[in-house]
Design a protein around this ligand. Structure first.
Ligand code: CO
Length: 213
């Protein structure tokens, strides 16, 4: 056995301990997961290891459908995120889509810098566009505040991107309950807060899309 496999042994130990804990606290836990997959929430967050969806908001396995990528971006050319959203809306019929950014986001910071590895640079290009769009506001801030604010702006822009997605607009058109939210998590103190950009209809989405902020 190679050294790398030995290095994972503690993870398998952790897994066995977790199974024992779950069976002790809820003997029906694993059976219940095989019966249904009906989460009410879709979480679109950053891949950052410090921002684990379930723990932060106290949800158990089965309660939140999760998509994560660098800097929680929703690009209309990204088959991965579009497929996750379509499946969540049309099949799982989630009631809430939460775009959850975080302060201290390395992807957002990269967009404030000079250059990153090729693929990262390509991926974060939309954030450079947001920084340009909000350059007057950002220019007034010191470095830390500018980074914090761009993390928030990036989330708001992703909610805006969601408002364009056909599977979401079609859900509203047929009367399905579906709310979009922009949240931000602070890795400095663990607090998650709403950025007050909740949208629950086509009309609200269209008003939001024509708003300049
Ligand atoms: Co991040």
């Amino acid at each position: 056995m190679c050294q790398q496999c030995d290095d994972l042994n503690h993870l398998f130990d952790n897994n066995r301990a977790w199974i024992a804990r779950m069976n002790e606290t809820d003997p029906d836990f694993f059976d219940s997961l095989t019966r249904t997959h009906a989460p009410e929430y879709l979480w679109i967050g950053c891949s950052d290891a410090r921002v684990p969806a379930n723990q932060i908001v106290g949800l158990k396995p089965g309660e939140v459908f999760v998509h994560r990528n660098i800097a929680n971006l929703i690009n209309s050319s990204d088959m991965n995120v579009l497929t996750v959203i379509e499946y969540a809306v049309e099949v799982l019929q989630v009631k809430h889509i939460m775009v959850t950014g975080h302060y201290g986001c390395g992807g957002v910071k990269a967009a404030l810098g000079d250059g990153s590895p090729d693929m990262v640079e390509h991926w974060i290009r939309p954030i450079r566009k947001y920084a340009l769009r909000h350059q007057d506001e950002l220019a007034r801030l010191d470095d830390q505040a500018r980074w914090d604010r761009l993390c928030e702006i990036n989330v708001i822009e992703q909610v805006r991107n969601l408002c364009h997605i056909p599977s979401i607009r079609n859900a509203w058109a047929r009367g399905q309950r579906l709310e979009l939210h922009g949240l931000i998590y602070d890795i400095r103190d663990g607090v998650i807060k709403s950025l007050d950009v909740s949208i629950c209809s086509r009309e609200q989405a269209d008003r939001f899309l024509t708003r300049c902020d």
